[in-house]
Design a protein around this ligand. Structure first.
Ligand code: 5GP
Length: 207
């Protein structure tokens, strides 16, 4: 059924919780998928590539995209704009792919409102705040002030864990990845409300 219409998997969680590492670990084990590349106005970090990690744009270009309604959702995170473009998502869904989003709690809220019936969501976090601080310090990519902002955001984000279908505590990367593979594969089987009546009709007709 929904193998033809695709499905959505939303991953949220504090920066530093290991979402990107988890995604790279599971990507070869979850069948046809499309990882949504967000657009952002934040400066590029060392090691990041435009068009791979994000589409890096100016604030002016981002605002133009908002005006032209190119975004499925967008939000301001840590003082920068982040948004998900609609077009590639629609195409991937049409191809029956699992569309993966790494977006914040505001983005998750918007996706649930628009496409909730095909969406499965996972909140990924560290075992503790202390561990998160250690990982952010160890990453060495952000200035002290930015790390403070991320920690402040993280404390707010964890308050909203109950809005998610699943919680993964990323203590051991291999174990967390195996949980996420199970969730991703189950996400494909979520029943989309639009198709269920058609399925029942066909199921009954096939007596
Ligand atoms: P980072 O700057 O560490 O790459 O991402 C900061 C936060 O922005 C993360 O929580 C990430 O999930 C979120 N984010 C990335 N892309 C999007 C997006 O397109 N929409 C929303 N709402 N959040 C995003």
């Amino acid at each position: 059924m929904n193998k033809e219409t695709g499905a959505i998997l939303v991953l949220s969680g504090p920066s530093g919780a290991g979402k990107s590492s988890l995604i790279s670990k599971i990507i070869d084990h979850i069948g046809p998928h499309y990882f949504s590349i967000s657009t952002t106005t934040r400066p590029m970090r060392e090691g990041e590539v435009d068009g791979v990690h994000y589409h890096f744009v100016t604030e002016e270009a981002f605002k133009q995209d908002i005006e032209e309604e190119h975004f499925l959702e967008y939000a301001t995170v840590h003082g920068n704009y982040y948004g998900t473009s609609i077009k590639p998502v629609k195409e991937a869904l049409k191809d029956g792919k699992l569309v993966i989003f790494d977006i914040d709690v505001q983005g998750h809220d918007a996706v649930q409102n628009r496409l909730g019936d095909i969406t499965t969501s996972v909140f990924v976090t560290t075992p503790s705040l202390r561990e998160l601080k250690q990982r952010l310090d160890g990453r060495g990519t952000d200035a002290e002030e930015i790390i403070e902002k991320r920690i402040h955001m993280a404390k707010r984000e964890v308050q909203r864990i109950s809005e998610y279908d699943f919680l993964i505590i990323n203590d051991d990367l291999d174990e967390a990845a195996s949980y996420l593979i199970s969730i991703a594969n189950a996400a494909r089987l979520k029943v989309p409300s639009l198709e269920i009546s058609q399925f029942i009709q066909e199921w009954e007709a096939n007596a």
